[in-house]
Design a binder for this molecule. Structure first.
Ligand code: IVH
Length: 701
C-alpha cells in the first residue's frame, strides 16, 4: 500500500511541475499526449485507491489553473430578497396591500402562486443563445461571485437550454406560438442539497477529518464556494429554478407560465405548488406543506406566495430590496426537548464571556443541535438554567439554537444554581461587568489568547479578508504554533515560511499545492475594499452594514482615521459628522473613537498597511431617471391608479415623492377634491398637473 501511495504522490508531483511549466511559465515540458498519459495514470490510481485522493489532488483540476479568489459579476437585474410574513395576519395584510395597490375590487379574483421556500443558496444563471455563459451567487444583490466553473459540475443545471416539452405557457391569449427561449436570460433559483446526501457527506467528512457542516444549506453554500471546482463536482448538489432576472423577450404572462417554461427547458422545481384563488386556499396550502415538511427530501423554511400575473408584478415593482408582489410565509420555529450536560464559557474577540449550554445532541427540524448560546449572565439567571436541567430548545431558520425554557418538574433534586466565573477561562485575568452593561468581559486584552485568536478569525472571516484556505481551524493551529499571532503576520507568512525549518508544505495535512494555494489566496487579498478592511478590524458594534456606511461616508482610510481621531473631542465637527451617518449613535461612535485612540490598534493597522493596499470607496452611481432630482407631491383622489402605485412609479422614474408642499416641490399632481395642498401650491407658483396630464407625461417613459 505504501508503495502505491508513494508512486501516486510522485506522479502527482510530476503533474504539478508540468502544470506549473505549462500554465504559469507558458513552456510545456512534455507533449500533450505524454501529459495526457500521466493524467490517465493518476486517474487509474485514484479509481483503484480512492482513499489516496486528497482534496488538493492536482489531477482533479482538469487542465485549469487554480483560480485565485472569486471574480465578481454584476447582475443584469438585481437579485432581491423576500419580505417575511410570520403570522396569518401578515399574509392577509400582504394580500390587502396588493389589492389596494392595484385597485382590484374584492369581487375580482387575485391569483396567487404558492410554492415551497427552499433553504439553499440562491444563484443566477445567465444564458445567451441558450448556452450557459455564467453563474453567480446573490452576493449583495447587485454583485455576486462568479461560480460558473463550480455550477457547471451540477448535473441538474442544463448547460444548454432546449425546449423539451413544447406547448403554450399561459400567455394572455392562451394561443401563443410555441415557447421560444429568449436570446438573453437570467434564471434564478436555489442550489441545495438533499437531506440524505447531506448526512452522507458529513459522515464522509468526519471519516476524512474534513469540515462538518451544520445543515444542508451550509453544506450547499460551502460546496459551491470552493476555489477548486473538482471539490464542488464531488458534492451532491441540486438546483431548483423559480424566477427570472433579465430576459430579452417576454414568453409568459404568469408566474405559473414561467415555471412551466423553466420546466420545459429542463429545470426541476420544488413541489407541491398551487395556484390559490383566495386566502382560504393559501392557508390550506401552508398547512399542507407544514405537515409534509418532515417527509420532504430537502429542507424548506417556509412557503412563498407570488402574484401570478406578470403585468401585475411589473406594476407592483419593488420596495427597498424586495418585490411588492411576493412574500415568504415562514414556518414557526421548531422545538425539541433535551438535557443540559454542561455550561461552558467562550471568550469572544472583544473579551466578552459568553456562556454556552452543551446539550445532549438532539434533532431539531432535521438538524442535530449540540449547543445553544445562553447569551449572558442575566439570561442564565432569568431562565434559571442549571447543569443537568431538562430544557426546550428551539431553532428558527439560520438562527443560533436557543433555550426557550427549563422543564422545572424534571429538575434533578441535587441541582444547584450556575455560578458565573469571575475570571477569564482562557487567560485567568479578572472578568468584570460594568454597571450599565450586560456582558462580563475579560480584562486580559491582547495578552488573552482567546481574544487574539478570535480577532484573527474575524479578520479572515467571509465578510472581512475572506482568505480561502485560512479558516477558523487553521488560524487556531497557526496561532498555537506562533506562526500567525497578528494580522500583519498573515502577509509575511510566505516570506517567513521560506526560511522555516519545517515549511508549511511539509506539515501534516499540507502539501506543495495546498501551501501554494494558500499563499496565492493571501496574495489575492493584498488589495482590499475599504468596507471589508473596516469590518476586519473587529471594532465592537461595527458589523458589515456599519462598515459599509463608514466606507461610503469617508471614502478612504486615511480620512476615516484622521476624522475618528479628531472625533475624540465631542465638541469637534468630526464628532458631529460621525453622528450624522445613519445608524451611528453615541454608543457606536464611542467604540469607533476608542478603537482609534488605542495605540496598540494603530500599531496593528500601520503594520498591516505595509502589506495591504486599501481601495478607496467608489463614488455612488449618479441618480438616473427622467425625474431625477425632482420632488413631486400627490394630492386628492386619483381615479386610474392607487396613490401607492402612483408614488412608486414616480420613484421609479427618479423622483422624490414628498408628503407636503414646500418651495422645493417641483410638481403637484392633483386628483379630484384636492384641498389645502392645491391652494398652497398655487400660492407658491408650483407647477400643477391633473391626473390625466401626469399620466400623459409618463406614458412612454
Ligand atoms: S422568489 C424576486 N421563490 O428565498 C424574488 N425565492 O428569503 C425572488 N427562495 O433570495 C425570490 N425558495 O434565495 C423565490 N420558491 C422561491 C424560493 C426563493 C427559496 C430564496 C431566495 C431568496 C430568499 C429570500
Amino acid at each position: 500500500m505504501d508503495k502505491v501511495a508513494k508512486e501516486y504522490r510522485e506522479r502527482l508531483k510530476r503533474l504539478e511541475e508540468l502544470d506549473e511549466a505549462y500554465y504559469t511559465n507558458d513552456s510545456p515540458l512534455l507533449s500533450d499526449a505524454q501529459y495526457d498519459e500521466l493524467r490517465r495514470e493518476i486517474e487509474a490510481f485514484e479509481r483503484a485507491h480512492p482513499e489516496l485522493m486528497t482534496a488538493q489532488s492536482a489531477a482533479r483540476k482538469v487542465g485549469s489553473k487554480p483560480a485565485k479568489g472569486f471574480r465578481t459579476i454584476v447582475h443584469h437585474v438585481p437579485m432581491l430578497s423576500l419580505t417575511n410574513a410570520m403570522t396569518d395576519e401578515d399574509v392577509t395584510d400582504f394580500i390587502t396591500r396588493v389589492r389596494n395597490f392595484l385597485s382590484i375590487p374584492d369581487s375580482e379574483v387575485l391569483e396567487i402562486l404558492a410554492e415551497p421556500k427552499i433553504d439553499g443558496l440562491s444563484c443566477s444563471l445567465y444564458y445567451e443563445g441558450g448556452e450557459l455563459i455564467y453563474a453567480a451567487t446573490r452576493g449583495d444583490g447587485e454583485t455576486g461571485e462568479d461560480i460558473t466553473e463550480n455550477v457547471r459540475t451540477i448535473g441538474s443545471i442544463p448547460q444548454n437550454l432546449s425546449n423539451t416539452k413544447g406547448g403554450n405557457l399561459g400567455t394572455k391569449s392562451g394561443t401563443s406560438p410555441a415557447l421560444s427561449i429568449p436570446d438573453k436570460i437570467e434564471i434564478r433559483g436555489e442550489i441545495y442539497m438533499d437531506r440524505e446526501d447531506f448526512a452522507a457527506l458529513n459522515a464522509a467528512q468526519q471519516k476524512s477529518g474534513g469540515k462538518i457542516f451544520a445543515n444542508p444549506r451550509n453544506a450547499a453554500a460551502g460546496s459551491v464556494r470552493q476555489l477548486d471546482a473538482a471539490i464542488t463536482a464531488a458534492r451532491p448538489l441540486k438546483f431548483f429554478g423559480y424566477a427570472l432576472g433579465l430576459h430579452s423577450h417576454e414568453f409568459a404572462a404568469t408566474q405559473d407560465g414561467i415555471n412551466q417554461a423553466l420546466n420545459a427547458w429542463g429545470f426541476a422545481q420544488a413541489e407541491p405548488r398551487k395556484l390559490c384563488r383566495n386566502l382560504e386556499e393559501i392557508f390550506e396550502y401552508y398547512h399542507t406543506v407544514e405537515t409534509i415538511r418532515p417527509d420532504l427530501k430537502y429542507d424548506i423554511d417556509g412557503v412563498v406566495y407570488k402574484v401570478n400575473r406578470l403585468d401585475y408584478q411589473v406594476r407592483l415593482g419593488f420596495i427597498a430590496r424586495a418585490p411588492r408582489w411576493a412574500v415568504a410565509h415562514k414556518f414557526a420555529a421548531q422545538q425539541a426537548h433535551t438535557i443540559v450536560r454542561d455550561i461552558t464559557i467562550q471568550v469572544g474577540r472583544t473579551g466578552a464571556l459568553t456562556p454556552v449550554a452543551e446539550l445532549e445532541p438532539i434533532t431539531v427540524g432535521g438538524v442535530v443541535v449540540g449547543r445553544a448560546t445562553l447569551h449572558n449572565r442575566d439570561e442564565i439567571e432569568r431562565k434559571d438554567i442549571r447543569i443537568g436541567d431538562h430544557v426546550i430548545v428551539q431553532r428558527a431558520g439560520d438562527v443560533i439554537p436557543q433555550i426557550v425554557a427549563v422543564v422545572m418538574d424534571q429538575r434533578p433534586a441535587d441541582s444547584s444554581k450556575f455560578i458565573f466565573p469571575d475570571h477569564c477561562p482562557a487567560c485567568g485575568a479578572r472578568a468584570v461587568r460594568h454597571a450599565d452593561e450586560v456582558v462580563t468581559k475579560c480584562t486580559g486584552g491582547l495578552s488573552c489568547p482567546a481574544q487574539a485568536v478570535e480577532r484573527l478569525k474575524h479578520f479572515v472571516s467571509r465578510l472581512g479578508f475572506d482568505i480561502e484556505g485560512l479558516g477558523a481551524k487553521i488560524i487556531e493551529e497557526f496561532y498555537q504554533d506562533q506562526f500567525i499571532t497578528n494580522p500583519a503576520e498573515i502577509f509575511t507568512l510566505e516570506a517567513r515560511d521560506a526560511h522555516s525549518i519545517t515549511p508549511l508544505r511539509k506539515r501534516a495535512g499540507w502539501g506543495d499545492l495546498s501551501a501554494k494555494n494558500l499563499f496565492a489566496a493571501i496574495d489575492a487579498r493584498r488589495s482590499i475594499s475599504l468596507h471589508r478592511f473596516i469590518y476586519a478590524l473587529g471594532i465592537p458594534q461595527v458589523g458589515e452594514s456599519t462598515a459599509k456606511k463608514l466606507a461610503a461616508h469617508y471614502r478612504n482610510f486615511s480620512d476615516l482615521r484622521t476624522s475618528l481621531q479628531s472625533a475624540q473631542d465631542q465638541e469637534s465637527t468630526a464628532y458631529a459628522e460621525l453622528l450624522e451617518i445613519s445608524d451611528i449613535g453615541h454608543s457606536v461612535a464611542q467604540d469607533l473613537i476608542d478603537f482609534f485612540a488605542e495605540a496598540h490598534n494603530l500599531r496593528i493597522i500601520d503594520n498591516l498597511l505595509q502589506h495591504v493596499h486599501i481601495d478607496d470607496h467608489a463614488p455612488p452611481a449618479p441618480q438616473t431617471g427622467v425625474f431625477a432630482g425632482k420632488t413631486i407631491v400627490f394630492t386628492g383622489t386619483l381615479s386610474t391608479i392607487s396613490r401607492n402605485e402612483a408614488k412608486a412609479r414616480a420613484e421609479q422614474l427618479g423622483a422624490k415623492v414628498a408628503g407636503s408642499i414646500s418651495a422645493k416641490t417641483d410638481y403637484l399632481v392633483a386628483g379630484a377634491d384636492a384641498g389645502s395642498k392645491l391652494k398652497k401650491a398655487q400660492e407658491l407658483g408650483i407647477k400643477i398637473l391633473s391626473e390625466d396630464e401626469w399620466a400623459l407625461m409618463i406614458k412612454n417613459l
